[in-house]
Design a protein. Structure first.
Lengths: 839, 451
């Protein structure tokens, strides 16, 4: 089907092209404008309708502005409404003509019918013309005081519209404080809700420049306001607004928490999914510091979430399912008995199936793995090929989680026998991963893999996996050298460089295990590799060739080192990112599985987005509770429930330096990674012939050299690995202490490369006993607040660190309890920073 | 908070377009439509209901083939926007009586009127059909409902069954009976969608009922209504409910896993006598949604056999047995089964004397389709099909075909046995006796038999 834009550019005969019709309409409108004949309103209605329908399909009818305004002198409310709609749409492009409308709109604002007053006021405020703001202030002022709630409702939103046209006019007229008064006193809850929406927008925008506004914004989440709002009866939509605000409120003690939760308990049974999710967010955030209750909340919200998923339209259930997915990923063990709810239905769209497959993978444990894998195997034969592939991958992931591996390996091997190309391809990749983790299964797997004809495997990933296995297990596979040989012979037809790289390595491996049978193939492969146009393939072939020339036994050690089984495969998403998404529960972040800074610009992250607070931290005007703790450690899944803003007591124990583990172990993750390391190591001796400077330059290039010679850390300064500092103390100290040192360092290129997100640096600094309390920003500008403590005494160092990856500079401000050691600390900090990004 | 709202036809034409905040560029409808149309090159995958293009978030729901879309730049609650879009569609339907492209085009001024009141500057004001009545001045232009694609499961009541006044569900809330008097009536529909998966040996792997009690009231003066459900109804799986001292638990009890309620429902006496009290707002709305995994007797048993029958040939035998009482009739039954990829030709053989059945081999996606107009309770129907292949099958042929899936509608039947025992309307006078319609329907959601 043709894209729609096209059809509009060259309209079909049934779609009016515009020009002649519009001038026709113009004429007819003119004739009617002055007429007082009976029935004229009906003909006007017909004409207006035509105008609006043209407007809808995108035909420019702005040239009728004058005529439309002339016709608008009417008491017919339907006509008025159409006219308002038209005027609202075109006033912005016709400011001069729009001035004509001001008059009748202002008059209507004083009509005795509240409906007309409201409608006129709404249209007046929707003109979006900056010159008119002076005409708005009066009608808005009286609208806010109107006796009719409909007019007040419109006026409140009108104030917000005015703010967007001219912020200063709005603030100068003191409208925000009138709204505040209305919010706390109006009898109509929709007026109250509109005030809240408007004030949140206005004060959030003002907060960056006005301390008063940021104080006012804080006041919205003060106890009296929150309690007042919680006790009023709002429409379902306004409830969502209020509940979102409540998540920002920090109760003083646990009895308050329970009061709020009891009050909101019945919202979990609401038929509107948005209300339920907003309530759940409140529950989750309130109980973060109470492990047991938090877990109970998970149990409690399970049933309502599942009900929402299965009622309503597919779209609504998708939104809820995404949130369920997030919770399952955080605490799979809580959902492990509900796995049947995550089974896919044949008619579900792929985006739903995909979420469900991930959930099934996550909840697999000793007791349910057999059934889950059985179910997944059904999907593998599915007509929906992408889902079939993902199902096979899911089986593999479950196998790698170590439950009931025995049965799973059998299933995977059955996949290989199914003889569907895509199934074989996916299964091969999995078998390869499995073998890396469970070398003990090699015999069973190899027997089956050996039967697969390499001709039936076309996908590069699968082919690479097969070749890897041929090389790795060539002593067990009778035909390995011959299969490899035939692959080498077809070198030129192999389009994927990845496959050719694997082929080189596999032939090398095979050579050391079965030299006489492979020698020929190796020669051909090296020759073809060295002649290869692809740089990496060429380099690797050359490297193999030279190392074989240099010393065959060294070559064997490099290519066939004793292998360690891989224990953990790298997780794709860091736990910091996951926590960030959890903080943004009930927002798009959950659906996209990305924190908001990755897809939205700053001003659109919602009135209370967390990273805003980071900026305010340096101003010092923020309440302590709003500083999100960015300090995170790797957790096992039980801890995951607790990470978001750990309270002081939990932080002390969980921050224990030893609890931190690197996301993956570079040395054993992949043999190919290993080879890359060795390759680069080998390239050094060649460089050694050159002058020392050149070699240093190359070292630097490879990320192996010493960066800008950091001074050795002063021996007397040792940092506490388990330092703890809560955000409010940090803030307090930051405000009190003078800046002890202010410096600019340069950041190494590999550091710049590694700093794709603030989280990366946090982990690194933490391994140097420097902890992060808040972080934010995105490439190229990042901002961090770190702290550290002396090992032997409670003396703190506070650091503000702004890193620009575009200029490769880090600006550091250090404040210290003990000023005399700040230089020593600075050195320490700099040396830690300089090691960032260096493996 | 949303920036724009628009409704697109299946072909991508703007039927209604409303910009609320002017902070998103104009061309969004085209960007959106192209993105949805060409989500993945192979056209196999549907676009998700929410996605982001260049910083603009697009939300959409599909209603009767139309796309209801909202855009925003803000990181909002996706649930809220999708819920809102669905609700806007419902409000429009309440006012137009029938929702489809034709009725929208004819009534777009009324729709704009509604949109102006439902959302102001991107913030939801009200979605209550009743509250909106006082702001709406246009009158709906009624379109012919008969040849229209029905909206929602309740629409099946429009077909055939004489007991139901056909126009009821397609009546605008603004409509008056000829003669200016409104007809006093109220509809309560118990709609259950069931999902069952049978293993290849006919054993039930999973089963679930997703039910809704839907209400549509045309009563004047908003009287209070009491809706009594089964007395032995209990909520919460495992029978650990506090109330089961009363129930004769076991055979007769209806146990819901969970449920939720419309905000107008008061549950004051629900714990005591399982009655819901509410003052129904105008328009159509779900009183209660419920979910049940308690075992139930599936209405249909499916038996499928596929066997090789000589070189490049195979035979399929499909048997469907209706396991509900003979006074119940299921209608619009479709049985589908994917066949091996290399199937080139299929010849069908229906049972002797078969009426109202059709068979089809969908060449494009290699699917066998068997449609039956109706199935009477207790009866059994068989289809045989001879397949011709273009190549020899290497592996187990059962792995290359299936699973068998089925869709159907069974009016006046519900598998959960949840019932509306009585529907009481607070009386205004002794002569006040409005029409009350309580209707049941069971539909297949995902009804699958593996082979």
């Amino acid at each position: 089907m043709a894209p729609p834009a096209q059809s509009q550019r060259s309209p079909s005969p049934s779609q009016p092209s515009g020009k002649s019709e519009v001038s026709d309409l113009k004429l007819q409108l003119r004739q009617l404008a002055g007429s007082r004949a009976p029935g004229v309103d009906d003909s006007k209605r017909e004409l207006f309708k035509k105008v609006i329908s043209y407007m809808t399909v995108g035909i420019d009818v702005s040239s009728l502005f004058g005529e439309m305004v002339m016709c608008s002198a009417t008491s017919d409310i339907v006509l008025k409404k159409m006219c308002y709609l038209y005027v609202g749409n075109y006033a912005k492009v016709n400011p001069d003509l729009a001035l004509l409308t001001i008059n009748f709109l202002q008059r209507d604002c004083n009509d005795e019918d509240p409906m007309i007053r409201g409608l006129a006021l709404r249209s007046l405020c929707s003109l979006r013309v900056a010159n008119f703001v002076e005409y708005l202030v009066g009608p808005l002022g009286s609208g806010l005081k109107d006796s009719n709630s409909y007019v007040r409702m419109v006026a409140v939103i009108g104030v917000l519209k005015l703010y967007h046209i001219s912020a200063s006019t709005c603030v100068d007229a003191d409208f925000p404080s009138i709204l505040k008064h209305l919010m706390l006193n109006d009898s109509d809850t929709q007026v109250v809700a509109n005030c809240l929406s408007a004030l949140q927008e206005i004060w959030s925008a003002e907060a960056s420049t006005s301390e008063e506004a940021s104080r006012e914004r804080e006041a919205l989440i003060s106890k009296p306001v929150i309690y007042y709002l919680l006790n009023r009866e709002f429409s379902e939509w306004a409830q969502c607004l209020v509940l979102e605000l409540v998540t920002k409120y920090v109760p003083s003690d646990s009895s308050e928490i329970f009061d709020i939760m009891n009050l909101l308990e019945d919202r979990l049974q609401h038929a509107n999914g948005a209300v339920v999710l907003a309530t759940i967010k409140v529950f989750l955030h309130l109980t973060l510091s109470m492990t047991d209750v938090h877990q109970q909340v998970y149990e409690r919200i399970k049933a309502p979430l599942l009900t929402l998923v299965s009622s309503g339209s597919p779209e609504q259930s998708y939104a809820v399912l995404s949130h369920l997915h997030l919770l399952v990923m955080r605490a799979p063990y809580i959902f492990s008995s509900d796995y049947k709810h995550f089974y896919c239905q044949y008619n579900e769209p792929s985006y739903v199936k995909r979420l469900k497959l991930e959930m099934l993978t996550a909840v697999a444990n000793e007791s349910n793995t057999y059934e889950i894998v059985t179910e997944l195997c059904e999907y593998a034969a599915n007509v929906d090929i992408p889902i079939a592939r993902e199902s096979i991958r899911a089986v593999g992931k479950i196998a790698l989680q170590q439950y009931d591996v025995n049965a799973i390996v059998d299933r995977l091997l059955q996949f290989l026998e199914m003889e569907k190309d895509y199934v074989t391809a996916e299964a091969l990749v999995l078998v390869k991963d499995l073998l890396r983790k469970y070398p003990q299964w090699s015999h069973d797997c190899i027997a089956v893999v050996g039967n697969i004809s390499s001709k039936n495997v076309q996908e590069p990933k699968a082919k690479a996996a097969l070749i890897w296995m041929l090389g790795e297990y060539s002593q067990d596979m009778q035909d390995a050298p011959y299969i490899l040989e035939s692959l080498v012979e077809n070198w030129d037809e192999e389009h994927s460089a990845e496959v050719r790289l694997h082929l080189l390595t596999a032939v090398m491996k095979c050579f050391f295990k079965r030299p006489p049978e492979t020698q020929n193939a190796l020669g051909t492969a090296l020759a073809a590799g060295i002649a290869d146009f692809h740089q990496d393939v060429h380099d690797r072939a050359l490297f193999y060739y030279r190392i074989l020339q240099y010393n065959v036994s060294v070559a064997e050690r490099v290519v066939n080192p004793p292998k360690q089984a891989v224990s953990v495969f790298a997780d794709t998403q860091s736990s910091e990112i996951k926590d960030r998404i959890f903080d943004e529960f009930n927002s798009l972040s959950v659906v996209y599985q990305k924190p908001s800074y990755m897809f939205t610009d700053k001003e659109h992250r919602g009135p209370f987005e967390f990273s805003d607070e980071l900026g305010n931290l340096s101003i010092g005007g923020e309440a302590a509770d709003n500083v999100v703790s960015a300090q995170r450690v790797e957790e096992n899944d039980k801890d995951l429930l607790l990470t978001t803003s750990e309270k002081e007591e939990t932080r002390g124990s969980s921050n224990n330096g030893s609890a931190y583990t690197a996301p993956y172990d570079g040395s054993s993750t992949s043999v190919f990674a290993l080879q890359t390391h060795i390759e680069s190591a080998i390239s050094n001796p060649t460089a050694a012939d050159h002058s020392p400077q050149a070699s240093l330059a190359i070292d630097d290039l490879l990320g192996l050299g010493l960066p800008a010679a950091p001074a050795p850390p002063s021996p007397q300064l040792k940092l506490n690995t388990t330092a703890a500092l809560d955000p409010s103390t940090f803030q307090h100290k930051w405000r009190q202490l003078p800046v002890a040192l202010s410096q600019e360092y340069s950041v190494s290129p590999q550091g710049v490369a590694a700093l794709t997100a603030p989280q990366a640096l946090l982990r690194h600094m933490q391994s140097h006993s420097i902890h992060c309390i808040a972080s934010g920003g995105q490439s190229p500008n990042f901002k961090f607040f770190f702290f550290a403590q002396k090992a032997e005494e409670a003396s703190n160092y506070l650091v503000e660190c702004i890193i620009s990856t575009s200029s490769a500079k880090a600006q550091i401000k250090i404040k210290a309890d003990d000023q005399s050691t700040s230089q020593a600390f600075s050195t320490l900090f700099q040396s830690a920073l300089s090691k960032f990004g260096i493996p | 908070m949303i920036s724009q709202f628009f409704v697109l036809s299946q072909r991508g034409d703007n039927i209604v377009f409303r910009d609320y905040r002017g902070d998103v560029a104009k061309g969004t409808a085209e960007i959106f439509f192209r993105k949805v149309k060409f989500w993945k090159e192979d056209g196999q995958e549907e676009a998700p209901p929410v996605f982001n293009v260049d910083g603009v978030n697009y939300f959409h729901v599909k209603v009767v083939g139309l796309l209801f879309v909202a855009t925003t730049r803000v990181n909002v609650s996706p649930s809220l926007i999708l819920e809102l879009l669905q609700r806007v569609a419902r409000v429009i339907k309440d006012y137009l009586g029938v929702l489809n492209e034709d009725s929208l085009r004819k009534n777009f001024v009324l729709v704009y009127e509604l949109l102006d009141e439902v959302i102001d500057f991107g913030y939801v004001q009200t979605t209550s059909t009743e509250v909106l009545k006082s702001y709406i001045f246009n009158e709906p232009i009624v379109v012919d409902a008969a040849r229209l694609q029905p909206l929602g499961p309740a629409a099946i009541f429009m077909q055939g069954t004489k007991r139901m006044p056909g126009t009821a569900v397609t009546k605008s809330v603004l409509a008056n009976e000829p003669g200016g008097r409104k007809r006093e009536e109220i509809f309560v529909d118990i709609i259950e969608k069931i999902s069952v998966t049978f293993s290849s040996s006919g054993y039930i792997l999973t089963s679930e009922i997703d039910g809704t009690i839907q209400m549509k009231s045309y009563l004047t003066g908003n009287p209070e209504i009491r809706l009594a459900l089964n007395e032995d109804l209990s909520i919460g799986r495992g029978g650990g409910s506090v109330y089961d001292y009363r129930s004769s638990s076991g055979a007769g009890a209806v146990i819901l896993d969970d449920c939720n309620f419309h905000e107008s429902v008061r549950l004051d006496s629900f714990d005591m006598d399982r009655t819901l009290a509410l003052i129904p707002p105008d328009g159509e709305f779900p009183v209660m949604n419920y979910r049940m995994t308690q075992e139930f007797k599936p209405p249909f048993r499916i038996n499928c056999l596929i066997e090789e029958a000589g070189h490049l040939k195979a035979e399929v035998s499909l048997k469907v047995r209706a396991e509900f009482p003979s006074d119940i009739v299921a209608n619009t039954i479709v049985v589908q089964m994917p066949l091996p990829n290399y199937t080139t030709r299929v010849s069908f053989e229906l049972e002797p004397g078969a009426v109202g059945q059709r068979t089809d081999f969908k060449e494009a996606n290699k699917k066998l389709e068997w449609g039956l107009k109706k199935i009477v309770g207790g009866s059994e129907h068989t289809l045989r099909a001879k397949l011709t292949f273009s190549q020899e099958s290497h592996a187990n042929i059962t792995k290359e075909a299936g699973p068998v899936s089925m869709t159907f509608t069974i009016p006046m039947y519900n598998v959960s046995r949840l019932q509306v025992k009585y529907l009481q309307i607070a009386k205004k006078s002794s002569s006040y006796n409005p029409f009350r319609w309580v209707r049941y329907v069971t539909q297949a959601n995902s009804y699958v038999a593996r082979i």
